[in-house]
Ligand binder design. Structure first.
Ligand code: HEC
Ligand code: HEC
Length: 211
């Protein structure tokens, strides 16, 4: 009715179009959302600009990448971390090959599954990520650039990175950490899809501090 009146009053037709929804435009993002709830790829479909969508997908995936269940094994120092990022107790060292030192290997204590009674977490081939793959203290942007850098990502292609996050057993442990440890948010499948969608939409990195 109002439009008909406007037309009758010879105002230009565009006045009848609905106003753009708040926040649309090339720089639209979704906002961070809850750190404990992982949104799925579909939630990002409303971001029209591919680079902004790609970067937003990566930011969502950092709720997992930068979760203590992952960072505790991707420390930048000599020792694994535990709980919310405290130094591993008892004290242990990464050793030459990230598997501990002779006499005190990671697998002296960590088995291929969680030991609930002893509270020792476990998964096959338990050892630290190499220093080049340290994530402790990294911003989402720094982590993004590192994951894309063959010199620091174990030479992985995009496909190999997707395969690793979707199926690796140490990654999977993040969702069944045992002994009342908080699991990473969402599911491994959902996380794998976010990483795949990030890479397939252009592997853009979020804005942020670069050191
Ligand atoms: C002497 C036994 C022992 C050795 C050796 C050992 N750990 Fe542990 N580790 C533990 C115990 C026990 C816990 C659980 C501590 C707790 O939750 O109270 C633990 C916890 C952890 C966690 C914390 C998981 C989380 O997110 O809370 C990580 C990561 C870890 N160990 C990695 C390693 C790595 C890597 C090595 C080898 C470099 C290693 N550990 C060597 C006994 C050991
Ligand atoms: C028990 C220790 C441990 C835990 C826990 C762990 N990782 Fe890792 N991660 C490793 C090791 C070791 C490597 C190196 C594997 C290799 O390159 O062969 C690695 C490598 C990676 C890589 C490849 C890095 C790159 O730059 O390409 C990704 C991605 C990754 N982990 C994701 C995760 C995620 C996500 C979690 C948490 C859900 C996690 N990891 C938890 C030990 C761990």
């Amino acid at each position: 009715m109002r439009c008909a009146m406007l037309v009758a009053m010879s105002l230009s037709l565009w006045a009848c179009r609905s106003p753009p929804a708040a926040g649309t435009g090339p720089t639209q993002t979704l906002g961070p959302g809850s750190p404990d709830a992982l949104r799925s790829v579909e939630a990002f479909a409303s971001i029209p600009e591919p680079a902004a969508r790609s970067a937003a997908l990566f930011s969502e995936a950092t709720k997992v990448f930068l979760h203590p269940r992952c960072v505790n094994c991707h420390p930048n120092g000599d020792s694994p971390l535990q709980d919310a990022g405290h130094v591993h107790d008892p004290p242990v060292a990464r050793g030459k090959d990230d598997r501990g030192v002779p006499g005190l290997l990671c697998t002296s204590c960590h088995q291929d599954k969680n030991l609930e009674l002893a509270r020792v977490p476990g998964a096959p081939n338990w050892h630290l990520a190499p220093r080049s793959m340290a994530w402790q203290g990294k911003s989402p942007r720094e982590l993004c650039e590192q994951l894309l850098d063959p010199a620091r990502n174990g030479g992985r292609t995009h496909e190999q990175l997707i395969e690793h996050v979707s199926h690796d057993a140490l990654v999977a442990w993040g969702w069944s950490p045992g002994h009342e440890r908080a699991a990473a948010p969402g599911t491994q499948e959902q996380f794998g899809k976010l990483v795949a969608a990030w890479l397939q939409t252009g592997a853009a990195c979020p804005e942020g501090a670069v050191r």
